[in-house]
Design a binder for this molecule. Structure first.
Ligand SMILES: *Cc1c(COP(=O)(O)O)cnc(C)c1O
Length: 359
């Protein structure tokens, strides 16, 4: 068996020891004589899994009692529509801070459902920064404030929580579980699973209980957070396999020191990669230093005609998925929880060698 160093932005790397548990579990899960994919979500074994999964997530993120943990389908993208549908009526105003492509998508969904106020937009500097909070143009009566905690494409991350009294709705798809957070700062947190939680197909939504009641009538059953809260997220058949893997990931995180340990490691991983980029005139990262992402690190080569060669040779060296998003160009290393520090070291070493032979 040979495993590569995988810098994919998502679906992303999973820990090898979790993959080995899965491989071992598949033919006969927990002595049932079936795989977890072949068993009812209403079986005793699966209901136990769901309860353990939530308890472990609550422990990892210190989720307060007044919040519900929901598991939905449709990815973070569906939550971009469900947030305005559940929290605002058609005449209500909502405030959005747009710091990259995902925030722009979220704002476009909100515009279809209610009155959108883009309170701030970082596109004037190609989404390489988070505009100062003092310059935001928030409305007086917003139903909520939406932020994208980490913009996966440009690599821009909030390292502060906005103030104010309205509920904050945060798309944390590419930063959740990378460090401890204070859940009570937020009204709603949502995240697609395929970065730090598990495989694609399941979506985490954490909702403060007073926000569960939909702000409008006649929403489809599966579009109401309340339906999930009332059915332990078994309002219809859930993506059981993805849920099972998320449960294994949470156990793995707990036995590896929890989110404090993840934060230490993630900070170390990202700062050594930024240092290597900044120390070189051959590579650069355009993001303002105080909002650089811990998870997604874009970097461009001074000579873009070397991009293809960089990608080809890095692949040959066992470093995969380094091609940058087409909107930014160059390279992007996504270094989520499951990307080991050794992978970052190998990348830094490769970059130095590439610079030495091509610079
Ligand atoms: C990946 C990602 C999404 C899209 O998630 P889907 O699960 O594909 O809908 C949305 N927002 C952010 C910040 C992401 O990183």
């Amino acid at each position: 068996m040979s495993r590569v160093h995988n810098f994919s932005a998502g679906p992303a790397a999973l820990p090898l020891d979790v993959l080995e548990i899965i491989r071992n579990d598949i033919p006969d899960w927990q002595g049932t004589g079936m795989s977890v994919m072949e068993i009812s979500h209403r079986s005793k074994e699966f209901i136990e899994l769901a309860a353990r999964c939530e308890a472990n997530l609550r422990e990892l993120l210190s989720i307060p009692d007044g919040y519900s943990v929901l598991w939905t389908q449709g990815g973070a993208t569906l939550q971009m529509a469900m947030a305005p549908l559940n929290l605002a009526g058609p005449e209500d105003t909502v405030d959005y801070i747009v710091t990259g492509s995902w925030g722009k998508k979220a704002a476009a969904e909100a515009a279809k459902q209610c009155k959108l106020n883009i309170a701030s937009d970082g596109s004037d500097k190609k989404f390489t920064y988070i505009p100062a909070e003092s310059a935001w143009n928030r409305s007086d009566d917003a139903a909520f404030l939406h932020i994208t905690s980490n913009e996966t494409i440009a690599g821009v991350e909030f390292h502060f929580t906005p103030g104010g009294d309205v509920p904050i709705v945060a798309d944390m798809s590419s930063t959740i579980l990378s460090r401890p957070i204070d859940v009570s700062d937020y009204g709603v947190i949502y995240a697609g699973a395929q970065k730090n939680i598990g495989p694609a197909g399941i979506t985490l939504v954490i909702v403060r209980n007073d926000l569960l009641e939909p702000a409008r009538e006649n929403l489809p059953h599966l579009m109401m957070w309340k339906s999930y809260a009332e059915s332990d997220s078994m309002t219809n058949t859930p993506p059981t396999f993805a849920w099972y893997v998320a449960d294994l990931i949470f156990q793995h995180l707990i036995s590896n020191g929890g989110l404090e340990a993840m934060a230490d490691r993630n900070q170390r991983k990202s700062s050594k990669l930024y240092s290597a980029i900044d120390a070189s005139a051959f590579y650069s990262n355009p993001v303002q230093a105080d909002c650089r992402s811990w998870m997604n690190i874009p970097f461009i080569l001074a000579d873009a005609s070397l991009d293809a060669k960089f990608l080809q040779e890095s692949l040959a060296a066992g470093l995969t998925n380094l091609k940058g998003h087409r909107s930014v160009g160059g390279m992007r290393a996504s270094i989520y929880n499951a990307v080991p520090e050794a992978a970052v070291d190998a990348l830094i070493e490769f970059m130095a060698e590439f610079e030495r032979t091509n610079g």
